[in-house]
Design a protein around this ligand. Structure first.
Ligand code: GLU
Length: 424
């Protein structure tokens, strides 16, 4: 989707997320003796639905929106994954994101397969009423294939708890019964879980803590740059600052700001809500690309795909890259980062906290019994820390990177489920 500089990309380097996901699966499968047909099944989604739906805009004009839902694999359980609202959504992107969800659920051991949805639209230019009608229209269009034990959506880029609330309401009305388990990331009053909003960032922080320990780097000595100031990036920056790290740079889609002495996150939060983070100060402005190349200890890409490619990987100086976003690094960049000895905590592990607490939300919905925030965060920490070390162990054993190791763990789990079902 986004990338730094196509003109200097390595020859044959694809920025198509679907082809990238397939390449990553092939690499991990090459370490395992999985039958060819198993790899073939996993390299494509099981089912993809493309929809169009009309929405009346505030001007009175009727606009036809386009969206997708991809269900990658449901051997382990119902498919699970967010819905993205973004102008650059493509079918191949949604397919890749659904594959990454299967692998993500596998690596942290959730009883789900992977799914993902996307609608081509720009919520930044839509009124609340328009956003509500698009949310309800999309849910109506996909209602036949989702459900609490079929496929369970959640938030993703530019979708919020309120969007989840509208979608849950539409689904419940269509089915004629209250169905909170059809979607996660809902407002608390509609069966949302305590801790869900910060879960992606919180989970990411737990993996960063383990990586810092591995490098013998105390958090109080670590400098951090965060690319993306949405749900994941903004909360991650705050939590890292609480841990004692110095946040020297952040950015959003409008650009970045940098101060080697550390940024005032509270002020940036207020600027984000009321005007633009760029108002922080003219002299502090940097480009998103420059942010990625800063001499920091920890880099957190928390926006979109393909920001670290062969064209800039060589210039990355961070010691740890924690992928809060999905798909920020291309396979070619991965290779370069590995050669430079940079520790990459892959997306399917680093950002698995979101879907983990989504799973807790779904369990609470099915039980109709709710946990305290301490219970939720305590269980999340246990899963993230254990998963990090499981992945590290395989990476060390097979002398490979954490991404490949995480894929290996997942592929084996999914294969075991497919075998037990008698599919392969
Ligand atoms: N969209 C998030 C992700 O990419 C969360 C998915 C979920 O909670 O189901 O992991």
């Amino acid at each position: 989707m986004q990338h730094s500089d196509t003109s200097t990309l390595m020859e044959n380097e694809s920025l198509n997320p679907f082809l990238i996901a397939q390449k990553q699966i092939d690499k991990a499968a090459s370490f395992l003796s999985l039958p060819r047909h198993v790899v073939e099944i996993l390299k494509k989604p099981k089912r993809v639905l493309a929809v169009t739906f009309p929405v009346k805009m505030d001007s009175g004009e009727i606009r036809v929106f386009e969206g997708y839902r991809s269900q990658h694999n449901d051997a382990i359980g119902p498919t699970k994954g967010g819905i993205r609202f973004h102008p650059d959504v493509t079918l191949d992107e949604v397919k890749a994101l659904s594959m990454w969800m299967s692998l993500k659920c596998g690596v942290v051991g959730l009883p789900y397969g992977g799914g993902k949805g996307g609608v081509i639209c720009d919520p930044r230019t839509m009124s609340t009423g328009e956003l509500e009608r698009v949310s309800r229209g999309f849910m109506e269009a996909i209602a036949d294939i989702v459900g609490p034990d079929k496929d369970i959506p959640a938030p993703d880029v530019y979708t919020t708890p309120q969007v989840m609330g509208w979608m849950m309401d539409t689904y419940s009305r269509l089915k004629g019964s209250y169905s909170p388990g059809v979607i996660t990331g809902k407002p608390l009053i509609l069966g949302g879980s305590k801790g869900r909003n910060q879960a992606t960032a919180q989970g990411c922080i737990y993996t960063i803590e383990e990586a810092l320990k591995e490098l013998n780097l105390p958090p109080e000595k670590a400098t951090v740059a965060v690319q993306g100031f949405g749900n994941a990036g903004r909360i991650a920056a705050g939590l890292l600052a609480e841990m004692g790290c110095k946040i020297v740079a952040v950015s959003d889609s409008s650009g970045g700001i940098y101060d080697a002495e550390g940024l005032d996150l509270e002020r940036i939060g207020a600027l984000k809500d009321n005007s633009s983070i760029l108002e922080y100060g003219e002299s502090c402005r940097i480009t998103q690309n420059a942010l990625l190349e800063l001499d920091v200890d920890v880099l957190v890409p928390a926006a979109l795909e393909n920001v670290i490619t062969s064209s800039n990987a060589n210039r990355i100086k961070a010691k740890i890259i924690a992928e809060a976003a999905n798909g920020p690094t291309t396979p070619e960049a991965d290779q370069i980062l590995a050669e430079k000895g940079i520790l990459v905590i892959p997306d399917i592990l680093a950002n698995a906290g979101g879907v983990t607490v989504s799973y807790f939300e779904w369990v609470q919905n099915l039980m109709n019994h709710y946990w305290t925030e301490e219970e939720v965060i305590g269980k999340l920490k246990g899963i993230m820390v254990t998963s990090y070390h499981e992945v590290r162990k395989i990476a060390t054993e097979y002398k490979t990177d954490l991404r490949t190791a995480a894929y290996m763990i997942s592929l084996l789990r999914i294969n075991e489920a497919m075998e037990a079902r008698g599919w392969v």
